[in-house]
Design a protein around this ligand. Structure first.
Ligand code: UP5
Ligand code: MG
Length: 190
């Protein structure tokens, strides 16, 4: 069709690596719309949809929600936004998510922003966050880390093999991380 495809940047990184925090900064400076897959799923639980209980149980166990559910929410949010530049935060989380998104939307990411952070630091951040998230307890955090290593890192490796990963040291203070992120989003001058 003749419609121009939107620009998508996938923002990936372990639980608590700072994806949401840095996306908020990027939105302010670069005019993207931030879509957190986790936030969309949590909103879906709150809305009382028929999938709500299933999603809630999966998040509580740190498991990855079936891609058709997540992709539908992402597509609707993209349409509703009126924008054509998106930060998709926390998705795709496994190979199946990745392949399904590309097959359904025909969109390939411009690049993948990857926040690299040691587990001890991510754990500290999540445990001191206190936003009432049902998955922010030590049992679920351990499960989230395991799923990240086993299922999500391979997606980062896939895009790395295509030269699409921009890796950022996310263990530094928020403003220092953003300096690096800013440089990645700023077009190079000749
Ligand atoms: N903080 C941030 N940056 C800091 C820094 N540089 N120095 C010091 N502190 C920093 O940050 C976490 C905390 O750390 C905050 O208090 C922040 O102030 C501080 P945040 O920006 O929230 O990190 P983020 O990476 O967004 O952490 P989050 O917990 O949201 O990551 P997850 O990937 O675990 O959570 P998400 O919401 O993406 O997914 C939750 C669950 O939903 C998944 O486990 C899964 O069950 C489900 N899900 C799916 O099934 N499919 C999907 O596609 C997406 C989610
Ligand atoms: Mg987040």
């Amino acid at each position: 069709d003749s419609e121009k495809k939107p620009t998508v940047v996938f923002v990936l990184g372990g639980p608590g690596s700072g994806k949401g925090t840095q996306c908020a900064n990027i939105v302010e400076h670069f005019g993207y719309t931030h879509l957190s897959a986790g936030d969309l799923l949590r909103a879906e639980i709150k809305s009382g949809s028929e999938n709500g209980t299933m999603i809630q149980n999966m998040i509580k166990e740190g498991k990855i929600v079936p891609s058709e559910v997540t992709i539908k929410l992402l597509q609707k949010a993209m349409q509703d936004s009126g924008n054509d530049k998106f930060l998709i935060d926390g998705f795709p989380r496994n190979e199946e998510n990745r392949a399904a998104f590309e097959a359904v939307t025909k969109i390939e990411p411009a690049f993948v922003l990857f926040f690299d952070c040691p587990e001890e630091e991510m754990e500290r951040r999540i445990l001191s966050r206190n936003q009432g998230r049902e998955d922010d307890n030590i049992e679920t955090i351990r499960k989230r880390f395991k799923v990240f290593l086993e299922s999500s890192l391979p997606v980062v490796e896939y895009y790395d093999s295509k030269g699409k990963v921009r890796k950022v040291d996310a263990a530094k203070p928020i403003d220092e991380v953003f300096e690096v992120v800013k440089a990645i989003f700023t077009p190079e001058e000749e």
